[in-house]
Design a protein around this ligand. Structure first.
Ligand SMILES: *Cc1c(COP(=O)(O)O)cnc(C)c1O
Ligand SMILES: [Zn+2]
Length: 428
């Protein structure tokens, strides 16, 4: 039983068959998967979902596969954390962290989209898959293509963070660094995709790939007890995740799984690459492409493919958008770590920093419920915070030395251990 009707052009509404296609032949608009919701409503309800395994396939009818999933069977269902410490710090009443920094297997939300794209690639009988990546996608495609027995070619800007490079090559993929920005990589990949018969997860498989992001939204609503929060703050690179979280809410509403809501979707970018947030803040009809210069490399897309649609969702939902400087990103990473014990990458720092601004500016009222989407893991971008966190104190294996150090730590009234330790370093 297939629940997928086919592909449909987002611009002119023309119908296309379920094939590895991504642009409309007539108007060049992007194609999107459409479903038969009447059929879906017959098998999908709260009770049926709750009986299923804890991974993203518990919402399989709303994902674009026709066969049981073949790749990434255990991916998804990450924790939703009621984050009272950081809520206090930000002056909010009800704040949750959706923690995809611990997504299986490569510690970012890209594991979701890639599971769906590669399962679809298997249905389409591709033997080789490929992608253009800002880092996390490279990790997810490398890992999941390896476990799924597919060959892979991965294209990245040459200057990505080392953990994101090693976190791809370790699986034995073909990783190709391009002398240029992500936008250059993406342009080259479009040419390669036209020439080689590969399944490019974010080019000819993009309509299927992008649907995987809806699972983040489905989980938020189920984990809140079949409820939609009043605000969701989402980091934006291409803008796809933000539009799919919106689609996930509209689908759950259509199927009666949640009440009709008035959720506001807010988009977060880095100031050094902020085409979407700049357009929203200036009330422009279209965004202006930018040259990226930010530590949030995973979000550094100067010409975002779904930027226009992300702007529309933000507007339609009544949300807003803002951006964070490199310094604010580091502060955001540290705030989440020091309050909730969650170490996120630079993209998460962007999300926290922008959430803070939206609260201060009044776009998020302090008594309303908020979910922030933490999409990647801090172990992959340690360079960003290396010089902004304390260094360990080194002592000899000797009780007297520790007692001396302990006294210094304790005699420091205001500071925690870190302040005391650094003070001791200076007087030693
Ligand atoms: C790719 C990525 C995003 C944003 O994805 P888009 O759907 O392209 O907007 C957010 N966070 C992290 C960590 C990512 O790797
Ligand atoms: Zn069209």
């Amino acid at each position: 039983m297939s629940y997928i009707k086919g592909l449909v052009c987002k611009e002119c509404g023309d119908d296309y068959p379920k094939e590895p296609l991504h642009v409309c032949e007539f108007c060049f608009g992007p194609l999107e998967v459409s479903y038969n919701y009447d059929e879906i409503s017959k098998s999908l309800n709260r009770e049926s979902i709750e009986k299923r395994d804890h991974n993203l396939w518990r919402y399989a009818e709303l994902l674009p596969i026709d066969e049981p999933p073949l790749i990434g069977k255990e991916v998804g269902f990450t924790p939703l954390i009621k984050a009272d410490n950081i809520a206090d710090a930000l002056g909010l009443k009800e704040l949750y962290v959706k923690n995809d920094s611990v997504c299986f297997p490569t510690l970012s939300f890209k594991d979701r989209v890639v599971s769906v794209a590669l399962s679809k690639a298997k249905e389409f009988r591709f033997n080789t898959v490929a992608c253009a990546s800002t880092g996390n996608l490279a990790n997810a495609v490398s890992s999941l293509s390896t476990s799924g027995n597919l060959e892979s070619f991965i294209f990245i800007p040459y200057d990505l963070e080392m953990p994101k490079i090693v976190g791809s090559t370790v699986y034995g993929t073909n990783l190709i660094g391009i002398n240029g920005s992500y936008d250059d990589v993406n342009r080259l990949c479009s040419e390669i995709a036209g020439k080689f018969g590969w399944g490019f997860v974010n080019i000819n498989l993009r309509p299927y790939y992008a649907e995987g992001s809806k699972s983040l939204g489905f989980e938020i609503m189920e984990q809140l007890g079949w409820r939609v929060p009043q605000h969701i703050v989402v980091p934006m690179a291409s803008g796809s995740l933000l539009t799919k979280i919106w689609k996930s809410i509209k689908e759950f509403e259509k199927l009666g799984l949640v009440d009709i809501s008035e959720t506001k979707i807010h988009g977060a970018q880095a100031t050094g690459c902020s085409p979407i947030s700049t357009a929203v803040k200036n009330d422009w009809e279209i965004f202006k492409p930018q040259k990226a210069n930010t530590i949030a490399k995973s979000l550094a897309i100067g010409t975002p493919a779904d930027g226009f649609y992300a702007m529309s969702v933000i507007k339609e939902s009544g949300g807003w958008s803002d951006d964070a400087t490199d310094e604010e990103i580091v502060d955001g990473i540290k705030l989440l770590a020091e309050t909730e014990g969650i170490f996120t990458e630079t993209a998460g720092g962007v999300t926290i920093a922008v959430a803070k601004k939206l609260i201060d500016e009044g776009y998020i009222p302090r008594n309303e419920s908020v979910v922030v989407c933490i999409t990647g893991n801090g172990l992959k971008t340690q360079d960003a915070v290396e010089n902004s966190v304390s260094k360990p104190e080194i002592i000899d294996p000797n009780l007297d030395e520790f007692e001396e150090l302990y006294k210094t730590i304790k005699s420091n009234d205001q500071g925690g251990i870190h302040d005391a330790v650094s003070k001791n370093t200076h007087t030693a």
